[in-house]
Design a protein around this ligand. Structure first.
Ligand code: C5P
Length: 306
């Protein structure tokens, strides 16, 4: 058998089942107390040898990739450089991103790419970086990157980078309603600060309701405890989003919330049939690129060559 000429790693989108935000720390980041769930929308990242860093992005389905940088500012190149530097390597790679995760949608697509690039290049260069070291590199790249490595359902603290896997006995269906125009995460946090100048310092409370709902695996209970502190600032920045949320609420019988810093809207369904029914009705009234996904799913993992 000949040696493979590339390696491909798949990483999932994330949603926040609960996202409690604290007042900004001295470093400007906000303390979070969040429950992440990885759902079945993926970016596949393929790496192979190249004399210089190269990035190519291919959309999967109806994902709009026009806002993804193709130069060295792309987070996958930052990930590759960080990993190479940590091992004293002077190497580059060509990185192809096959994008199934909505861009700038509050679903950590860039973080998924960074996590996938770390895992792919670690394997491609045969570095065998210890898990804890890979998690530390991931945290340097962005607050959501460690979770994209871990996947499943997990409790996130610190600025989101401290991740503890959770027991989750359930399996949940989500309708994912992307927006044409992304929202900037830093801008949403800044709007949060503007709306809440007197917000108490310190760590926000544990999401006890969501944690116990996951332990029981009951989607009905989970719906009672979904929380997103970034919904208010996202709607304040983009008032038209409130109408989108209201339309999804009228179309879907279950709970609806914003994904992370938005603008993607999520609807929690009790079954695949209920999710596809909601998706169908949303498409009929003009929503585009609506997806159905399930969670929890695994974090970044090698899928090829097969
Ligand atoms: O960590 P990451 O680079 O993904 O964060 C992007 C931006 O989002 C940060 O520069 C910061 O403005 C904001 N952020 C924050 N508090 C967090 C996470 C992100 O203020 N816990």
């Amino acid at each position: 058998m000949s040696a493979p000429d590339s390696i491909t790693v798949r990483a999932p989108a994330k949603i926040n089942l609960s996202l409690a935000v604290g007042a900004p720390r001295p470093d400007g980041f906000h303390p979070l107390n969040t429950v992440y769930q990885a759902i079945s929308l993926y970016d596949d990242v393929r790496v192979c040898d190249a004399p210089q860093w190269q990035v190519e992005v291919t959309p999967l389905g109806e994902v709009d990739v026009s806002a993804v940088p193709l130069d060295e500012s792309n987070i996958v190149v930052r990930a590759g450089r960080l990993l190479a530097g940590r091992h004293g390597l002077d190497r580059a790679a060509r990185i192809e991103i096959h994008k199934g995760i909505p861009v700038a949608g509050g679903m950590a697509g860039g973080s998924a790419d960074a996590a996938a690039a770390l895992v792919a290049l670690d394997r491609w260069w045969a570095l065998e970086t210890a898990d804890d070291d890979l998690l530390a590199l991931a945290a340097e790249l962005g607050s959501d990157v460690p979770f994209a490595l871990v996947g499943g359902s997990a409790h996130g603290t610190g600025r989101g980078e401290r991740v503890e896997p959770l027991t989750d006995r359930g399996s949940y269906w989500w309708v994912v309603v992307p927006d044409q125009d992304g929202l900037s995460t830093p801008e949403v946090y800044r709007e949060f600060d503007r709306l809440h100048p007197e917000w108490p310092d310190g760590d926000p409370p544990d999401p006890v309701g969501v944690l116990s709902a996951l332990m029981s695996g009951n989607a009905g209970h989970l719906g009672d405890y979904l929380r997103n502190d970034l919904e208010e600032p996202a709607l304040s920045l983009r008032p038209a989003l409130a109408e989108r949320v209201a339309t999804v609420e009228r179309t879907h019988a279950g709970p609806v919330l914003l994904s992370g810093s938005g603008p993607t809207v999520l609807a929690l369904a009790r079954s695949r049939e209920e999710a596809t029914g909601t998706r169908q009705r949303l498409v009929e009234i003009g929503f585009r690129a609506v997806l159905v996904a399930t969670g929890p799913v695994a974090g970044a993992h090698v899928v090829g060559p097969t």
